[in-house]
Design a protein around this ligand. Structure first.
Ligand code: SF4
Ligand code: SF4
Length: 95
């Protein structure tokens, strides 16, 4: 069932390709506020059951395929503990 927050389909959705994001979490910076989980428009994240060094539950990526690199999680995080990168712009470093 589609997310009810996004029930409208844009008229040009068959012509526009959404960007694909890759999410990175700096777990030990997180204070477990849940903003990124609550406000991600694509439902990419949940708070994990693990504890970080501060004793909080950092977010976990549960739907990596849904991320569109909108940067909202990065902008909303008060601890600078999460960010995303455009998958097409990630350069794989040679070992
Ligand atoms: S970049 Fe956007 S879609 Fe991806 S996890 Fe962050 S808020 Fe969600
Ligand atoms: S917004 Fe930042 S501090 Fe809050 S849960 Fe997400 S990563 Fe942690």
């Amino acid at each position: 069932m589609p997310d009810p927050r996004y029930w409208r389909k844009p008229f040009d959705s068959d012509k526009v390709k959404s960007p694909k994001g890759v999410v990175y979490v700096i777990k030990d910076r997180c204070k477990g506020c849940g903003f990124c989980v609550e406000f991600c428009p694509r439902g990419v994240l949940v708070l994990s059951v693990e504890f970080n060094k501060k004793g909080y539950h950092p977010p976990e990526v549960v739907h990596p395929d849904r991320c569109v690199n909108c940067d909202l999680c990065e902008r909303i995080c008060p601890e600078f503990a999460i960010y995303s990168l455009n998958q097409d712009e990630i350069i794989e470093l040679a070992p």
